[in-house]
Design a protein around this ligand. Structure first.
Ligand code: 5GP
Length: 187
């Protein structure tokens, strides 16, 4: 695997743009309209899983037209290799908010094996929210090992390593306004 050199810019490791800025913004506005309709009159709280979900959350919430709160959780990455996932996740930053009897929507960048979301959902269920659903920007369905049924999905994507729009490549390039596919030699 070739090492990434952030100084060279994202272009050297980008195979192609998978989802453009325009496509992302259009779809996020659609999801936000649906969320605003589905949760009207409910006490909505958006819970973002750090760090990948933060760009998605910030665009999504600005399109949501109903009152809502936000809070954050961080789950340790459980990768042994930099770009593979195995083992068990663990909460490293917990919520500040009591979610009992609240309508909770978990906002996540990507569901891959499903292990992270399954872990977080199990923990949050024990806190007895009024409802608990998932809103995920990207769904790599092919890689699923644990069943997860998100209520909202931005895009179903193929089994490729992606970065940009919150998703990192060795902790950089989260700021890109599009989702790109990593070149094969860096995988
Ligand atoms: P899962 O637990 O569903 O396997 O995936 C959990 C985490 O793996 C995601 O929240 C994300 O941080 C990371 N991940 C999975 N696929 C990708 C990918 O293609 N690109 C990036 N940057 N992260 C990924």
């Amino acid at each position: 695997m070739t090492k990434i050199n952030p100084e060279l810019g994202y272009q050297h490791c980008l195979e192609r743009v998978l989802i453009s800025e325009q496509e992302l913004q259009t779809r996020i506005a659609e999801i936000a309209a649906q969320v605003s309709q589905d949760y009207a009159g409910k006490n909505l709280i958006l819970i973002c899983i750090l760090r990948g979900g933060v760009v998605f959350l910030s665009d999504l919430m600005r399109h949501i037209t109903i009152p809502h709160q936000i809070d954050f959780m961080s789950v340790s990455s459980y990768g042994v290799g930099a770009r593979s996932s195995s083992g068990s996740p663990r909460i490293v930053l917990d919520l500040n908010t009591d979610i009992r009897d609240r309508h909770v929507l978990l906002v996540e960048d990507i569901v891959d094996s499903g292990i992270t979301l399954d872990y977080v959902l199990r923990i949050l269920y024990t806190r007895e929210p009024a409802s608990l659903n998932v809103c995920v920007l990207l769904d790599k369905e092919e890689r699923r090992r644990v069943a997860i049924y998100p209520r909202y999905v931005g895009f179903k994507i193929p089994n490729e390593y992606v970065f940009g729009y919150g998703l990192d490549l060795d902790e950089v390039f989260r700021n890109l306004p599009f989702v790109g596919v990593l070149k094969a030699e860096y995988r």
